[in-house]
Design a binder for this molecule. Structure first.
Ligand code: ADP
Length: 388
């Protein structure tokens, strides 16, 4: 095929390229530029041909470096550069540099693509990825929290199951004596009724009552334990007279005193206090029952109350069997019973409940004990203001 005007055909081809073509000499004067290049930069081709390449780039370091050393490895692939267009805006460019020899003169060519759009997209993708990462992090934390929560519930559930199993073992042992007392007493009651012996019958009726109460108490303890475990206990505060409540509790426990046991009350407070009287009652009753149970037939028990501006104090002291030194650190553990207590009935729940309640009221409990000499328990509870 024969072309009449090869030059104009070359120009058409030159201008229809997908990339901008820039050719400059060693003095960096622009000698050739195609239409896509003029479109990228916003200059007319004539304007470009009157200028140096410096006009088109933010920095000319790479241009200079290429002129000096075109063989460099980095020029073998496309290079990214910031271009400046006619209105002064910056754009992202991708450039392939090359060297041309023509009539013993050295020229340089640069094939230039505007990659601003691609860069923008890349930035968007990076932002999106960062957001996604953040989201994943957040979700992971949420998931970890959920797992932790689930684990705590599961642990609680396990602990409760363990508690129930342990209680069944304990109860089947502890229930035996009262139940057999109830059985013999009821058998005797029917006999004594036949024999017209009302006094003896009444004595056994009251024995049955005591035993049933005892069993009931054990069941209550267990239910309390479960409620503390489940976090179901919430204090209910009200005003009451501290010493009056304590006196009443002492009176209620008196029927349980052994033969010659006595309870004295050191009453150092006549104030109205704002506290949970029900919880206070459970605490004191438990400590008193223990004092009665773990002291001799002629034991002396002393209850003392006190108060200052911030706290109320409760002490229960006995001269009973005491707690062995090497077991004292375990005394508030659930189901723990000291070796010297094994001959006495019990489940090892009471003190654990007391401790749970004292904690609920944000108080503190401690004790001093010497084996075979006696034990003192000290309870300290904050005075609550009704406005809190
Ligand atoms: P329980 O009396 O049913 O065994 P508690 O939880 O009330 O359970 O007490 C735990 C243990 O602490 C008792 O088994 C006993 O060894 C010891 N203990 C508690 N109070 C006294 C006390 N006043 N004197 C001696 N030991 C006591």
């Amino acid at each position: 095929m024969f072309l009449k005007d090869k030059i104009s055909f070359y120009k058409v081809c030159f201008d229809s390229m997908q990339v901008g073509i820039l050719v400059y000499n060693t003095s960096k004067e622009i000698v050739l530029a195609n239409t896509p290049l003029s479109n990228i930069f916003g200059y007319t081709i004539d304007e470009l041909l009157e200028n140096k390449v410096n006009l088109l780039f933010k920095s000319n370091n790479l241009i200079d470096e290429f002129i000096k050393n075109p063989q460099k490895e980095k020029f073998k692939s496309a290079i990214e550069l910031i271009g400046i267009i006619k209105n002064g805006d910056e754009i992202n460019l991708e450039i392939n540099f090359g060297k041309i020899e023509y009539e013993n003169q050295c020229y340089f060519k640069a094939l230039i693509s505007d990659i601003s759009l691609r860069k923008e997209k890349e930035k968007e993708i990076l932002n999106l990825a960062a957001k996604l990462e953040e989201e994943v992090k957040l979700r992971t934390i949420e998931l970890e929290d959920a797992i932790k929560h689930l684990k705590t519930s599961l642990d609680k559930e396990k602990e409760l199951n363990h508690l129930k199993t342990k209680f069944i073992t304990l109860a089947s042992h502890e229930f035996k004596t009262p139940l057999s007392v109830i059985l013999t007493s009821t058998e005797l009651i029917s006999k004594y009724s036949d024999l017209q012996l009302p006094k003896k019958r009444d004595a056994h009726v009251s024995k049955v009552k005591i035993m049933v109460n005892h069993l009931n108490g054990m069941l209550d303890d267990f239910l309390t334990l479960e409620n503390i475990e489940l976090g179901n206990i919430k204090p209910t505060y009200s005003y009451f007279k501290f010493n009056k409540l304590v006196k009443e509790i002492i009176k209620n426990t008196k029927p349980f005193l052994k033969n010659k046991q006595t309870i004295t009350f050191e009453n150092n407070n006549g104030e109205m206090i704002y506290q949970d009287s029900k919880i206070l009652k459970i605490i004191l009753t438990n400590l008193l029952y223990n004092a009665i149970k773990y002291s001799k037939e002629i034991g002396k028990i002393n209850v003392k109350i006190d108060a200052n501006n911030t706290h109320i104090y409760l002490t229960v002291n006995d001269d009973g069997i005491g707690i062995p030194d090497n077991e004292q650190n375990l005394i508030f553990n659930r189901f723990f019973r000291a070796k010297n207590a094994m001959f006495y009935p019990g489940t090892g729940i009471g003190l654990n409940i007391v401790k749970g309640y004292v904690n609920k009221l944000e108080g503190a409990i401690s004790f001093k004990s010497i084996e075979n000499e006696g034990t003192s328990f000290y309870v300290k509870l904050p005075k609550i203001s009704s406005h809190e």
